[in-house]
Design a protein around this ligand. Structure first.
Ligand code: GLY
Length: 375
């Protein structure tokens, strides 16, 4: 089966990468080779998550030992407060410490993930009632900004309420999801990357972009974060509007795909033979669709439609965008980080590799990611 072959290839590459990366973390590639960074960016958790996925699949101790070392690194990062002044604490600690807790019920890892949830809560801004994406409190440029990517940070908060019985985390997360639904998702089911509020009052100002083509365009990866993020909010909260929003965003994503079912970097960018793709957006959307499908009633008339697209898109990723059968560090070619900003427009992205692997594992073995507790 096509998924199994792709997984076997991915776990072999990940094993090779353990020695290559040592205590450093892959970020995005340059000339086909991953830039290795310290544990100080928003992307570090994805390598940890890949190691936990490979360990669950193979039960090979080498992955477990490497994954556990990354969690030690995340412990030091929290103690020393290394670059945690952004909302991506949720990405970082869900796929590292929370993953360790989910995989092997390690109490220290659970405590670390709960401490991370407290760090994330410090970004809650009461006047506006939202989670500030970037920058310190009171920052004149960033103080009123939310971004759609934040939806993937919310599972850490929902989970913290489940674990502690303290409803504050969940209330903040659901309020952020509601605000994102209202202000980031547009009437035609497309999305803004980012939205600004007046920090003192919470009064809405307007939508904009950071990594998209224009302020009013739909950045593909943002739309993908929305599909997965709302499906996850639905899993925790069971509020039907989150499921409906995930479906609307998924339909938009699917209906605007090119013939090979893998997205360009923005849905509104003029397409020429040189237009960059963002394979990582398609990998995130696939993982989001898997989550969405898992929550749809078997009688839901759209289930088959979402399933059909999921298989088409994943098949295209494996056959035309992956490095299966090639010598490479990365798994998924042709991701783009920030095209207008000139940052890695056509490279491996570690989050693309992570979501591609998460999707493959779920398709083949039913092993999900580390966004929520397993049944
Ligand atoms: N969350 C940052 C990005 O998707 O580029």
């Amino acid at each position: 089966m096509v998924w199994k072959k792709a997984i076997e290839d991915a776990v072999a590459k990940t094993l090779n990468n353990i020695d290559r990366f040592g205590d450093r973390f892959p970020h995005v590639s340059q000339n086909g080779v991953y830039r290795q960074i310290e544990n100080n960016d928003w992307t570090n958790g994805f390598w940890s998550g890949m190691l936990w996925l490979c360990y669950e699949y193979t039960q090979d101790e080498r992955y477990r030992a490497a994954a556990s070392r990354t969690v030690d690194s995340f412990r030091r990062r929290l103690i020393n407060h290394v670059v945690l002044d952004h909302h991506d604490v949720g990405f970082l600690y869900s796929l590292s410490a929370k993953a360790q807790w989910i995989v092997e019920k390690d109490e220290e890892a659970r405590r670390l993930a709960l401490q991370a949830a407290d760090v994330l809560m410090k970004r809650w801004r009461e006047p506006g009632r939202y989670i500030q994406a970037w920058g310190p409190a009171g920052d004149p440029k960033e103080g009123g900004r939310i971004i759609i990517d934040c939806l993937l940070n919310l599972p850490l908060l929902y989970w913290a309420s489940e674990q502690t019985g303290n409803p504050q985390y969940r209330e903040a997360a659901a309020t952020q999801a509601d605000k994102s639904r209202r202000y980031l998702v547009r009437g035609d089911d497309s999305s803004y990357h980012t939205f600004f509020f007046r920090p003192e009052t919470g009064e809405p100002i307007g939508g904009a972009t950071h990594q998209g083509y224009t302020n009013g365009s739909t950045w593909t990866r943002g739309q993908a974060w929305g599909i997965y993020g709302f499906a996850l909010s639905y899993r925790y909260m069971k509020e039907p509007q989150y499921l409906e929003t995930a479906k609307r965003m998924a339909r938009y994503f699917i209906e605007h795909l090119p013939a090979d079912h893998v997205a360009y970097w923005d849905f509104n960018v003029p397409v020429t033979p040189d237009t960059y793709r963002d394979s990582s957006a398609s990998a995130i959307a696939a993982a989001g669709l898997l989550e969405l499908i898992s929550q749809l009633n078997v009688q839901d008339p759209e289930r088959a439609y979402f399933q059909e697209w999921l298989v088409k898109s994943m098949t295209s990723l494996v056959q035309c965008y992956s490095t299966v059968g090639e010598e490479a560090e990365g798994l998924l070619k042709r991701g783009s980080y920030h095209v207008r900003g000139g940052l890695s427009p056509d490279d491996f992205m570690i989050w693309g590799d992570y979501f591609y692997l998460e999707s493959l594992m779920r398709l083949e073995r039913g092993i999900g990611g580390y966004w929520y507790e397993r049944d």
